[in-house]
Write a protein that binds this ligand. Structure first.
Ligand code: PLP
Length: 462
């Protein structure tokens, strides 16, 4: 399989390079040159398979010749054996036609583990084969950092440096990053805010000389391997609820749109999906775009669902590329308008998207109301992100006969403050993390100065 850039000005590359590269050199995002197809019979044959078995079948066509079949299967089985639930992504029934897909049974209790546990192993495999050592650098305001660290802690060929804003992440979030205790994991608390940490990382990618030839790797949500890994659970949940014999619908708490784009890929590959519902918090660029064709930036708002606090939805570019019939020139013009402040999606393209996608925005007050309501009606304690999905599913669902699957993107214990605000005593951490608050922490506090950070990284890497 080869991959092309959405901006159309970069050479097509293979899977290994896509995983190691991240962003295309023309500033675009890589997408597969063609979308692999599953026949009705191939989907039907997945019913009853384990999650890892389905994962191998769904991802195989994207990997192509880059990894031998038996090696790839071994990597995938090892990846999902590390989850704390035998079903990996269990489905919980909320009502006769509404289901919750629990994506939070990985080591850091949020759905990003599903992709990052695989990405770490894929990177380690490719680097090992090349005899290279790689350095991952990333900035985090919470979730992604810990999921990336957990995905890399066992990797021989990778050092990972995660920058977080000093004293501006929750204690649970910090401890998930700082108590790992692996020699290749390095935590830096930056004296500054998230933007300062992000700026250090961006500047380091722009000028990699400080690593003297060592490859610097990004694991942010534009990496194709993350999308690929997320396609699997849409197929697994769909097949578990009767696809391909009947259609299913999905509601997805969304920010950068990586999760939802994976669902769209599952649909394009042949999974019968009647409807996708995009759920946003008050940072509603996706909803404004879908509902009012208002594709524009607005100031960031801090909400009770912080992992969805974004200004720009980076993976939305991949959907627009498809909506524009893969016409990179038209897409580039749209994105240039957007960079100026505000753009309008072509009417025909937007109409086509509206046939498949609906959207709804959920404010903080409603998040608290939903947490109480869902608990009263179903006994489930939802985290604030999943609560956005729950309400959007109720408001937007088009057809009562098609099962609705709402993606539960985080465990409630991860966002206990919101749970308490909703009137509950708390949300206990699962058994696997019971000693989190007493484990030894490892991190260094550095000034927000590029030279200081780069010298630290160069000195600590292996
Ligand atoms: C990252 C995240 C999201 C948003 O996912 P996108 O792929 O960026 O749309 C939603 N919920 C939680 C808990 C997250 O960590």
């Amino acid at each position: 399989m080869r991959y092309v850039s959405t901006r159309g000005n970069a050479p097509a590359i293979g899977f290994e390079d896509v995983v190691l590269t991240g962003l295309a050199p023309d500033g675009g995002l890589y997408v597969p040159e063609h979308v692999p197809q599953f026949s009705h019979d191939e989907l039907a044959a997945m019913s009853g398979l384990s999650y890892a078995e389905i994962a191998v079948r769904v991802m195989r066509p994207f990997v192509g010749e880059a990894i031998d079949d038996d090696v790839f299967a071994a990597i995938v089985h090892e990846t999902y054996a590390s989850f704390n639930h035998d079903a990996v992504v269990p489905l919980v029934q909320l009502s006769h036609d509404h289901h919750l897909l629990e994506l939070f049974h990985g080591p850091t209790l949020a759905f990003k583990d599903i992709a990052l546990q695989l990405l770490g192993r894929l990177l380690d495999h490719f680097l090992g084969r090349r005899g290279e050592q790689g350095v991952i650098m990333g900035a985090t305001s919470g979730d992604t950092g810990s999921a990336a660290i957990e995905g890399c802690r066992a990797c021989d060929n990778l050092d990972i440096f995660i920058l977080h804003p000093h004293e501006r992440v929750s204690e649970v979030q910090r401890r998930q990053m700082t108590t790992v205790g692996a020699a290749n994991v390095h935590n830096i608390a930056i004296r500054g805010d998230f933007d300062d940490a992000q700026a250090m990382v961006k500047a380091s990618f722009a000028d990699q000389a400080f690593l003297q030839g060592t490859r610097l790797i990004a694991v942010n949500s534009i990496n194709w391997a993350r999308i690929m890994a997320q396609i699997v659970y849409y197929v697994a949940a769909g097949v578990a609820l009767g696809a391909p014999h009947r259609a299913v619908s999905f509601t997805v708490p969304s920010a950068n749109f990586g999760n939802l784009f994976a669902g769209y890929m599952a649909y394009r590959m042949g999974l019968p999906v009647a409807q996708f519902v995009i759920a946003t918090n008050a940072n509603d660029i996706l909803h404004r775009t879908m509902a009012d064709n208002d594709f524009s930036r607005r100031a960031l708002q801090a909400t009770l669902a912080p992992s969805m606090d974004i200004v720009v939805s980076s993976n939305f570019e991949r959907l627009l590329f498809e909506a524009y019939g893969r016409d990179s020139d038209r897409l580039a013009r749209l994105l240039a308008d957007f960079a100026e402040g505000k753009a309008r999606i072509d009417d025909e393209a937007l109409e086509a998207l509206r046939n498949l996608f609906s959207s709804h925005t959920v404010d903080d007050e409603t998040i608290l109301e939903v947490i109480r309501e869902a608990h009263a009606h179903t006994g489930q304690l939802l985290d604030p992100h999943t609560a956005c999905g729950y309400r959007a599913a109720q408001v937007c669902r088009a057809d009562a006969a098609t099962p609705m699957i709402t993606l539960a993107t985080a465990h409630p214990a991860k966002f206990e403050a919101a749970i308490v605000k909703a009137g509950f005593e708390g949300a206990p951490l699962p058994e696997a993390m019971h000693d989190l608050m007493t484990r030894e922490e490892h991190y260094d506090v550095l000034d927000a100065e590029l030279e200081t950070v780069q010298a630290y990284v160069a000195a600590k890497r292996h």
